[in-house]
Design a protein around this ligand. Structure first.
Ligand code: UDP
Ligand code: MG
Length: 313
C-alpha cells in the first residue's frame, strides 16, 4: 500500500504548439484533480512551441504557484520533454499525460487508485484502435509484434506514455543514461509492480498531431535498436546460412566441371547470385549502420534537452 497522506501528484505535460487545446485541458484536469482531493501540481514542459502556448502557460503560472512551467531552448521531441519533466518532478507520484486531451484526464483517478493499492507503474491501455486509420492500426500492431519478438522486456500492447509512476520508478528511469530515449521501452525495462487500466482514446478536440508516417518509422527504428541487438545477430546467422549454401553450391559446380567439362552457360544464375548477394550485403551493412549511427549519438554525450526558463520552482 502506498500511503495516502501527503501524497503530491504531479502531472507532467509535454506541450508543443497546443495553444488551441491548453485552456480546455487545464479546465478538465482541474475538475478531476479537485474532485480527488489530493495535493497536486502541474509541470508543463514547453518543447519549443512556436505558437502562443508558452506565453499562455506563463500567464497561468503567474496566478497559480502549483503550475510549474519549464521551457526548453528549442523543440527536442516528446521523449526529451518527458525526460525533462521526470528529472524536475519531486512529487511522490507523477502522471505523464498529453496536452491534447487524447488521454482522458478522468482516468487519472483510476490510475491513482491503483497507486494507492500499491502499484508503482500504472499504465493506461487503449481497449481498441477504432479511431485510427486501417494503416495506422496495422502498422502499430506489426510494430508491437516485432518489438516483443525481439526485445528482452516486452512492451504491453497499445499502451502509450499515459501512465502513473511512483517516486522510485521515476528515480529508476533517471538512472538510465541513454540520450536516445524511447520512453515506452524504458518504462518496460524498469519493471516494478505494474498494473493496467483500460481506456478509450479520444479524438483531438483541437490542434493537429505532430506525427507522420516517416517520423513514426524512425521512431519505431529508434525503439527497436535501443532495446535489442537481435537484428545484428540475425545478420550473422543469415550470413552463416548463405555461406553454407554457397559452399555446397561451389562444390557441386566444381564436381560438374570435373566430370562433364564446362560448356559456358549460366549467365542468368550468375546474375541472380551476384545481385542477391549484393543486396544481402547492403542490407547487412545498413543494419550495422543503424546501430553505428546510434552509438555515435550516444558517445557524443550531449544532453537530451536544454532548459530555457523555469517558472514556479
Ligand atoms: N509533443 C512534444 N514535442 C514534440 C511533439 C509532441 O512535446 O515534438 C507533445 C504534444 O504537445 C502532445 C504530446 O506530445 O502533448 C503528444 O503529441 P501528439 O498528439 O502530436 O502525438 P499523438 O497523440 O498523435 O501520438
Ligand atoms: Mg495526440
Amino acid at each position: 500500500m502506498n500511503s495516502h497522506e501527503n501524497v503530491c501528484l504531479c502531472l507532467i505535460v509535454p506541450v508543443y504548439n497546443e495553444q488551441a487545446v491548453l485552456p480546455l485541458f487545464l479546465q478538465r484536469t482541474d475538475t478531476v484533480l479537485q474532485k480527488m482531493g489530493i495535493r497536486y501540481e502541474y509541470l508543463f514542459i514547453d518543447d519549443g512551441s512556436t505558437d502562443r502556448s508558452a506565453d499562455w502557460l506563463k500567464q497561468q503560472a503567474a496566478n497559480r504557484p502549483e503550475i510549474k512551467v519549464v521551457t526548453l531552448s528549442r523543440n527536442f521531441g516528446k521523449e526529451a520533454a518527458l525526460t525533462a519533466g521526470l528529472s524536475l518532478a519531486t512529487a511522490s507520484a507523477v502522471v505523464c499525460i498529453d496536452a491534447d486531451l487524447q488521454d482522458p484526464p478522468e482516468l487519472i483517478e483510476d490510475l491513482y487508485q491503483k497507486y494507492v493499492e500499491g502499484y508503482d507503474q500504472v499504465y493506461a491501455q487503449r481497449d481498441n484502435r477504432d479511431s485510427d486509420s486501417w494503416l495506422k492500426r496495422t502498422t502499430a500492431h506489426m510494430f508491437y509484434k516485432i518489438y516483443n519478438l525481439f526485445a528482452a522486456y516486452p512492451m504491453p500492447y497499445n499502451a502509450g506514455d499515459f501512465r502513473l509512476l511512483s517516486r522510485r520508478t521515476v528515480q529508476a528511469l533517471l538512472q538510465l543514461p541513454e540520450r536516445e530515449r524511447f520512453m515506452k521501452g524504458l518504462f518496460a525495462w524498469v519493471g516494478f509492480k505494474t498494473a493496467a487500466v483500460p481506456y478509450r482514446r479520444e479524438a483531438r478536440p483541437a490542434g493537429t498531431t505532430k506525427w507522420n508516417y516517416w517520423k513514426l518509422w524512425n521512431f519505431a527504428l529508434n525503439g527497436l535498436t535501443a532495446s535489442t541487438t537481435l537484428p545484428l545477430k540475425l545478420c550473422t546467422y543469415f550470413g552463416g546460412v548463405v555461406s553454407l549454401i554457397s559452399f555446397l553450391f561451389a562444390a557441386w559446380t566444381a564436381f560438374k566441371k570435373l566430370y562433364w567439362g564446362n560448356p559456358v552457360s549460366g549467365y542468368t544464375s550468375l546474375m541472380v547470385a551476384i545481385l542477391f548477394f549484393s543486396g544481402v550485403q547492403l542490407i547487412t551493412l545498413g543494419v550495422i549502420g543503424e546501430y553505428l549511427s546510434r552509438i555515435f549519438t550516444e558517445v557524443k554525450c550531449r544532453p537530451s534537452y536544454l532548459i530555457d526558463e523555469k517558472i514556479n520552482f
